[in-house]
Structure formats: C-alpha cells, structure tokens
Ligand binder design. Structure first.
Ligand code: PEP
Ligand code: MN
Length: 328
C-alpha cells in the first residue's frame, strides 16, 4: 500500500500519520519523499477507508493482490465441468439458448449441440431483464427441462441464479451456477455462491473495472468455493448497444488470477455476425473457452435472438474452431 501525503504537510506531522497508518495496518512501513509505504498489507488488516480519511493523506494506492489475495494468487487452477476441465489445454464450448423457452425447443437444441461436440449446455430459467414486462424466464419448470436435457445428452448444464433463495433447488440440477453481469455486485449472492459446492461462472458486470471484478471473485473464494471461472461479456447494456468485448481486461484477469477465463461473444458483441470471429479470436488468444447463445430458431427467440446463432451456423463455427485448434 502506498499512502501519498499532502505536499504541505510538515515533516513532524508526517511521522504521526505513519504511526497512525501502522496502527491501522500492522506490518512494515516507512516514509520516503512524502509517501508512506506499508507492506505486507494483510487483507484482514486493510482498513483502507480509515487510512484514506487520516488528516494529511492525499490518496492511497493498493495493489490488486493486497485487496484480493485469494483471487490474485496467479496459480493456475482447473475447474471441472462435467467430463471437461476448464483452465487446462481444452477449449471449453458452452452453448445453448439464452433462455429455456419451451421443453421441445430446448431439447431439440440440446440434442443437436451434443452432436456438435459442446462440453456443456447453457440456458437461463431466471432471466434478469431491464424491463419488468419482458420474459422473466420459465423458473423452476425450466429447471425440469434442464434436468431432462442433462439426462438426454449426458452433458452438464450451466444456468444463472439471480437470488440466493434459488440456489438450493437450482444447485440440485445445475452443474455450474452462473452469476450474471447484473449480479456481479450482489454481494450477498456472491457469499452464498461461495458457500456451496457447485462451480461458479462469474461474469464481469458491464463497465466494471478489473479491481471490482476480482473483488467479486474474492467474495466467492473467501467463503471456500475455489471452483470459480470468470467470464468476460463486454460493457454493453441496453443503453449502449455497440460491441464492447474487452479482451484486454479478460487477459489481465487470466494472468493475475490463474482462474479459467472464458469469453461470451453473444453478449459481448450483441451481433450474430460477430460471434464466429470473436470465438476464433478467443481461441487464438488462448482463453479457456467460450459461451455462445445458440437457438433452434433464432429469429423466433424470445430473448437475445439477434446475438444468437442458429444450430447450423453453430455447427459451421464448431468445425472452423476444431480446424483451428487442431492444425498447428
Ligand atoms: C446470460 O448469459 O444469460 C446473461 C443474462 O448474460 P449477462 O449476465 O452477461 O447479461
Ligand atoms: Mn442472453
């Protein structure tokens, strides 16, 4: 931690600030050229707001690994997703409709996707929507459909929870629990996700900094769940509909954390035509996988049709990806 002191602060007062800072954050510390350094900064001892409020302090800088030490271990971690492992050599393909809309439609898509070689199915049953009038998802009846798709295909399923009260029932079926972009800052939900055993896929909120994203990851890890994957989904929201996948922040997250990082080009580009190039770019850039929205009839999808591939388009993409990954 670096504490920058006000330039006008007399040197006698500087030492007093150092003493107070050391009282708040015990450890080693020193004063040099108007700056106090404190190291190491044990997470339990970081009383950042109190240090910032000390008289004579201009600003405080903390490193990411000081405030999110579990997330920033940098040690490579593998997360099991069904038969596959995220974070290793495999490039994880998660695909499926944005939302489970009907039993027949979802099962048809699931069957096709199994043949196309995906590692896991996706499908939202609780949909966080900007409008209260928009389709909110099938809820628990959709969970039965996900269960059936699992039995039919043998594939694991990924689905989102939007409220801690959903966790028990959803966790009994889902293999990976998604924490969506809107809930990246839902700290009570993050704590609950950290206290259960299913792997968690944590999306970056639109506009969130690396620091905010990793702090949210820290919430999950701090409760003991180390099966955590990160997912970059861009900064786009309804009010800013341009493509906004941020591969730089995703790269930085992968390097600093060692956690598997996957890319969501559907929400990250918002356009069907950009999904395939973004998937290939994610593979070329050695991310750990992608999550793509695919629907049996995207033009009739209730949710996110314009950023969704048809089954045939997905099969074509899957072939290109396979070629790219297996020809050196
Ligand atoms: C989703 O993946 O279904 C979803 C709602 O995405 P996001 O949280 O990234 O908006
Ligand atoms: Mn969607």
């Amino acid at each position: 931690m670096l504490i920058y002191l006000e330039k006008s602060l007399p040197s006698s007062r500087r030492k007093a600030v150092l003493r107070r800072a050391l009282g708040l954050c015990p450890g080693k510390g020193g004063l040099k050229d108007g700056t106090i350094w404190l190291f190491p900064c044990a997470p339990g001892a970081v009383r950042l707001a109190m240090v910032e409020a000390l008289p004579g302090v201009e600003k405080v800088e903390v490193r990411l690994d000081e405030i999110s030490p579990l997330a920033c271990s940098g040690k490579k971690k593998l997360v099991k997703v069904g038969q596959a492992q995220a974070g290793g050599k495999e490039f994880l393909m998660i695909a499926g409709p944005c939302a489970v809309e009907s039993r027949a439609g979802y099962l048809a898509a699931a069957r096709f996707l199994k043949k196309a070689g995906v590692h896991a199915l996706r499908g939202g049953i609780f949909k966080p929507r900007s409008s209260p009038y928009a389709f909110q998802g099938m809820g628990y009846s959709g969970l039965d459909v996900l269960g059936e798709a699992k039995r039919l295909t043998g594939l694991p399923v990924v689905t989102e929870v939007t409220d801690p009260r959903q966790l028990e029932k959803v966790g009994a079926v889902a293999d990976v629990i998604q924490c969506g972009a809107r809930n990246m800052r839902n700290y009570e939900l993050l704590k609950e996700l950290g206290g259960q055993k299913r792997p968690v896929l944590l999306k970056r909120a639109a506009g969130a900094s690396l620091r905010e994203w990793l702090l949210s990851a820290e919430y999950v890890l701090k409760q003991g769940n180390s099966s955590l994957m990160l997912c970059e989904r861009g900064d786009r929201c309804d009010s800013a509909p341009q493509p906004s996948l941020n591969l730089e922040i995703a790269r930085e997250a992968a390097e600093r954390t060692g956690l598997p990082v996957i890319i969501d080009p559907s929400h990250g580009t918002g356009r069907r035509s950009l999904i395939a190039p973004a998937v290939l770019a994610a593979a070329a850039a050695a991310f750990h996988g992608v999550m793509v929205e695919v629907h049996q009839n995207p033009h009739n999808a209730i949710v996110d049709g314009k950023q969704t591939l048809s089954l045939e388009e997905f099969a074509g993409l899957s072939r290109s990806l396979h070629k790219m990954l297996h020809t050196k």
